[in-house]
Write a protein that binds this ligand. Sequence first.
Ligand SMILES: Cc1ncc(COP(=O)(O)O)c(C=O)c1O
Length: 348
Amino acid sequence: MKPDCILNLVRDNIRSLEPYSTARDEYQGTPGILLDANENPFGNGLNRYPSAALRRCLLEKIASFKGFPPEETFLGNGSDECIDLCYRVFCRPGVDNALMIAPSYGMYRVLADINGVESRSIPLGTGFSLPVEEILARCDRHSRLLFLCSPNNPTGNTLSFSGILRLLEEFPGMVVVDEAYADFSTQPGLASLVPRYPNLIVLQTLSKAFGMAGLRIGIARADRSVVTLFDRVRYPYNIGTDTLKLALETLDPERSAREIAVIRSERDRLATALSETRCILAVFPSDANFLLVRTQDPKALYRHLLTRGIIVRDRSSTPGCEGTLRLSVGTPEENDRLIRTITEYDNV
Ligand SMILES: Cc1ncc(COP(=O)(O)O)c(C=O)c1O
């Protein structure tokens, strides 16, 4: 798909949108007296709306360590905002549809519902594999978005690279690849394919490997035409001043790399220990920072853990995940306690 074809997928009202602009965005020099935005003039560090320069500074820092061109990089209020923007930019309520693999991250469907867009769930194949043929069979001329999550939440596996390439070639709309967990995988992500596939949007986040879930910073790498559209549609100040400052201070790729190494080795240790317990029937291979495990009685194990202060995610009522719990990888001490508590359940 050529970049100019992307515009044909955009909703008419968004294509012709006159975005909100602030006087401060229009003024390039050093500000003297700020009397344009009806703020409280008495300084307390937070009395001003977030500065575009500070936002730009964070965007450039993130783009630089990720190796993304800044003009192909967008910052959202969490990647959840980026998912919402995909719907708001590309899908006409009541007309267009979005496809998504199932089971996968629940917000793809919730945001489709909120935006009045039909969602079509395509079950994963054997071994949680990417159902390429089924996806292509279920799309039509109103299919504007396809959500793929790789590594997938909650199954933990990376989706087939060749399968995604085929979908990038043949799916008639935008293909959104959510790489929230890709930093935990040894397999390369897809962001470098954006120049070749303008219909590709890759989502990443500071919430997982970078340890800033409390800040709410999501990242999209996409064709510059898509980034421009996202910037026109987002709220003018979608990321607050303190969030921008804290993210700039906290972002430390070297520290994150050390933490990622520990999380990966703990994930593998946890997988081995859990597969040796009697109550866990299967530990699914994971490229993420969690493990999906199948157990005889997920509700009973869930309650056993809960009453001992360990909260995990019961996924047993999700189609395709029957009998499963999803366990996030904790610190080494937390993982020791999880293993001890599950072993104790084995012996009751
Ligand atoms: C696959 C996936 N994408 C996105 C998110 C949300 O990320 P963010 O915190 O950046 O909104 C999550 C959160 O659990 C997730 O699992």
